[in-house]
Design a protein around this ligand. Structure first.
Ligand SMILES: Cc1cc2nc3c(=O)[nH]c(=O)nc-3n(C[C@H](O)[C@H](O)[C@H](O)COP(=O)(O)OP(=O)(O)OC[C@H]3O[C@@H](n4cnc5c(N)ncnc54)[C@H](O)[C@@H]3O)c2cc1C
Ligand code: SF4
Ligand code: SF4
Ligand code: SF4
Length: 369
C-alpha cells in the first residue's frame, strides 16, 4: 500500500501511524510543513488497519450531532478566564479529571515554537495547554499513551481539533467510560512552516507566543509574539490565517465538524452573545459549550463552571466554523509556494501589495534599526 487517502483529504490525525503494528508508517512533514503518513511498502503486511481507523475514510454516520448548548465561564477566579481564549472552560474540565487522579492531553509549544500534543498529571502542566495555538499540532505518540492510561484504569481528558478526536476514537475502536473527549470549534489549522517563516521574518526568534491576549478585550483581542503585542486585525499572520490562505488542504472540506467526531464536549468562543444577552457579555471571554453525552454533562456539573444561559442549537449559526469549512481562496497555493520559497513577507506582499506609505514606513524602520 502506498497511500491511505488522497493527500489533500488527509487531516494528519496520526491514527494510521498509531495503529500500524509493524511500524511501517512514519508521519513526515510535506513542503508546507503539514504531517502526512509515509508508508514503507517493503515492510507493509497489507493488514488494512490503517484504512479502518482513518477518519476520512470512515466518517461517522451520525455521531453525537445534537447537544445542549450553553454560554459558560470559569467561576474559580479571574485568572483562569484572563489567560484562556474564551471563558476558561477547558481548564475547569481538566481540573475535575486531575482531581480524580486522571491525565489531561492538550497542545503546547515546544522550545522551537512547534505546537505538540502532550499530557500532564498535575495542574501546573495546564498552563502550557491554555490558549489557542493557531497552527497544526503534532499528535506524536499521544494516541498510544491515551490507550495505555485508559487500560491502566486512569481517567483521561483528551483535547484537540475535531479531526484529532475522530482519529483518536477510531484508533481506540471501543468506548471507554474513563475517557472524556473535548474538541475545539475549528476554523482550520495554519501551516507550521508559515508560522516559522513569519516569526523568522518579523522577529528573528521568540520564546513565547500568545494568539489570544485579552489586554485589548476578548472580541478585539491582541496577539503577542515575545513582548510585541498587536491587535489581531493589524497582525499579518492573523490576516493570512483568517483569510484562509495558510490552512491545511483538508480544512477546506473538513471531515469532522458539527459534532460528527463523536466528542463528548465542543468548546468555542460564544461569538454573537452580545446579540442574545448583552447583560452577560462583559468582553472578558464567554465560552460556547456544546455537551453531547452524559459523561460530558457529569464532568461539566462537577466543575467550577458557571452556566450563564442555555440556548437552542439554532444559535450555532453565529459561529460559522462550527459547521462550515473554510472556502479555499484562489491564491492559496500561490501564497504557500511563495512563502515556502521566499519567506513570509515576500508572499504577503504578493497577495496584499503594500501602499506607498507602508513602504516608506518599512524603509524608515530599517534605517532606524
Ligand atoms: C486552530 C484553532 C482554531 C479555532 N477556531 C475557532 C473558531 O473558528 N471559532 C470558535 O468559536 N473557536 C475556535 N477555536 C476554539 C477557541 O479558540 C478556544 O480554544 C476554545 O473556545 C476553548 O477555550 P477555553 O477558554 O475553554 O480554553 P483554552 O485554554 O483557551 O483552550 C485551549 C484548548 O485548545 C486546545 N488547543 C490549543 N491549540 C490547539 C491546536 N493547535 N490544536 C488542537 N488543540 C489545540 C488545547 O489543548 C486546549 O484544549 C479554535 C481553536 C484552535 C486551536
Ligand atoms: S496495511 Fe497494515 S501494515 Fe500496511 S501500513 Fe497499513 S497498518 Fe501498516
Ligand atoms: S488516519 Fe489520519 S493521518 Fe492517516 S491517512 Fe487518515 S487522515 Fe491521514
Ligand atoms: S478544519 Fe477540520 S480538518 Fe482542519 S484541522 Fe479543523 S477539524 Fe481538522
Amino acid at each position: 500500500m502506498n497511500e491511505i487517502v488522497k493527500k489533500d483529504r488527509c487531516c494528519g490525525c496520526s491514527a494510521c501511524y498509531s495503529v500500524c503494528v509493524v511500524g511501517c508508517i512514519n508521519m513526515v512533514p510535506d513542503s508546507e510543513g503539514f504531517m502526512h503518513p509515509e508508508i514503507s511498502e517493503d515492510l507493509c503486511i497489507d493488514c488494512g488497519l490503517c484504512r479502518k481507523v482513518c477518519p476520512v475514510l470512515n466518517v461517522m454516520e451520525s455521531g453525537n450531532v445534537v447537544g445542549t448548548v450553553y454560554a459558560a465561564v470559569s467561576s474559580s477566579g479571574e485568572s483562569v478566564r484572563a489567560h484562556s481564549s474564551s471563558g476558561g472552560v477547558f481548564t475547569e474540565l481538566s481540573r475535575v479529571v486531575l482531581a480524580h487522579g486522571g491525565v489531561v492531553f492538550g497542545v503546547r509549544f515546544d522550545c522551537t515554537m512547534k505546537a505538540v500534543h502532550d499530557f500532564t498529571e498535575d495542574e501546573a502542566g495546564l498552563d502550557a495547554f491554555r490558549g489557542s495555538k493557531y497552527v497544526q499540532s503534532s499528535v506524536g505518540e499521544s494516541f498510544g499513551q491515551v490507550r495505555s492510561f485508559l487500560e491502566g484504569g486512569r481517567r483521561v481528558l483528551f483535547s484537540g481539533t475535531p479531526c484529532q478526536i475522530s482519529g483518536l476514537k477510531r484508533y481506540l475502536r471501543r468506548e471507554y467510560d474513563n475517557l472524556l473527549t473535548v474538541e475545539v470549534v475549528c476554523h482550520g489549522v495554519p501551516s507550521p512552516v508559515v508560522l516559522g517563516h513569519y516569526i523568522d521574518s518579523i522577529y528573528g526568534s521568540v520564546d513565547d507566543v500568545c494568539f489570544r491576549d485579552k489586554a485589548t478585550g476578548w472580541k478585539n483581542y491582541s496577539v503577542r509574539f515575545g513582548n510585541y503585542r498587536q491587535c489581531y486585525k493589524d497582525n499579518y499572520f492573523m490576516r493570512v490565517f483568517l483569510d484562509d490562505l495558510s490552512l491545511r488542504p483538508s480544512c477546506y472540506s473538513c471531515p469532522s465538524k458539527s459534532g460528527i467526531s463523536g466528542a463528548d464536549i465542543t468548546l468555542g468562543d460564544f461569538w454573537g452573545i452580545e446579540r442574545l444577552n448583552s447583560v452577560i457579555d462583559d468582553d472578558r471571554g464567554i465560552s460556547l459549550v456544546v455537551v453531547r453525552t452524559s459523561r460530558g454533562a457529569d464532568v461539566l456539573h462537577e466543575s467550577q463552571i458557571s452556566l450563564l444561559a442555555e440556548y437552542p442549537a439554532s444559535v450555532l449559526k453565529y459561529n460559522p466554523s462550527f459547521s462550515q469549512s473554510a472556502k479555499r481562496p484562489v491564491h492559496r497555493d500561490i501564497f504557500m509556494k511563495e512563502c515556502v520559497a521566499k519567506g513570509f513577507m515576500k508572499a504577503y506582499d504578493m497577495i496584499y501589495p503594500p501602499s506607498l506609505i507602508t513602504q516608506i514606513r518599512r524603509r524608515l524602520k530599517l534605517l532606524l534599526k
